[in-house]
Design a binder for this molecule. Structure first.
Ligand code: URA
Ligand code: SF4
Length: 233
């Protein structure tokens, strides 16, 4: 057992980062206290070469039981919005800022109610997200809600002010938008408008990615490897 570590997920990183090695190591993470009450670590899923990465907050009740991200009500809304935005979920790497479900028990029903992770828990868990980003190297990250956005863009970031635009971050280009659960919680009349705005942000992400693909290398682009390593005879 490890002692005197960093008090974060960093103490549990595998010697070599691959997605399977990270997933395996994260299943035994005790980098913060959240592992104690949750069922299991819910690691990210999706193609290792995905060009788009979606980052949520933390697994919910159903994700905690299933062991997969975004499979509950928020996940269904996300699926619907991705489809409307013309994004294939199977091509996207989907993960969370925090890998364990944090909850409080409702006294009478004993239902487990989502509780927002504390800044210290987000910080403790960030090494997993950082490694996922290093391995997948997505062209664009979409942060779903303020927990993900602040993990990537800093604690001062406000989704309400800066949603829907691609911003530079130490992790690469990030577009922040609302969390699907905020749409589910919105009152009747506001809900449809919130959903449209969410689809608009996801569509902006798809268009940005399409432009990033078609962009031709400019004069500053690296020369083809051939001309650097093997002079043409
Ligand atoms: N909400 C999240 O942020 N992530 C999930 O995986 C599910 C719900
Ligand atoms: Fe580790 Fe993150 Fe779970 Fe905390 S929430 S125990 S840092 S995986």
């Amino acid at each position: 057992m490890k002692t005197a570590g960093t008090g974060s997920a960093a103490d549990f990183l595998p010697p070599v980062s691959t997605l399977p090695a990270l997933r395996q190591a994260a299943s035994g993470c005790r980098g913060c206290g959240l592992y104690r009450y949750a069922t299991q670590t819910v690691f990210g899923e999706g193609p290792a070469r995905a060009r788009l990465m979606l980052v949520g907050e933390q697994p919910g009740d159903q994700e905690d039981r299933a062991g997969h991200p975004f499979v509950g009500p928020s996940g269904r809304l996300l699926d619907e919005a991705l489809e409307e935005a013309g994004i294939d979920r199977d091509a996207v790497y989907v993960t969370n800022a925090v890998k364990h479900f944090k909850f409080v028990r409702q006294e009478l029903t004993r239902r487990r109610l989502h509780k927002k992770p504390a800044a210290g828990e987000v910080r403790a868990c960030r090494p997993w997200l950082a490694e996922e980003i290093k391995v997948v190297r997505p062209a664009l990250i979409v942060a779903l809600g303020s927990t993900a956005a602040q993990s990537l863009l800093g604690p001062g970031f406000r989704v309400t002010r800066e949603r829907g635009r691609v911003l530079e971050s130490p992790a690469g280009p990030v577009l922040a938008t609302v969390h699907p659960s905020a749409i589910l919680r919105a009152p009747g009349e506001a809900r449809a408008a919130e959903l449209r705005a969410f689809v608009r942000d996801l569509t902006a992400a798809r268009r940005w990615l399409a432009r990033a693909t078609t962009r031709r290398p400019g004069p500053a682009a690296r020369p083809p490897r051939r001309s650097r390593t093997r002079p043409t005879a």
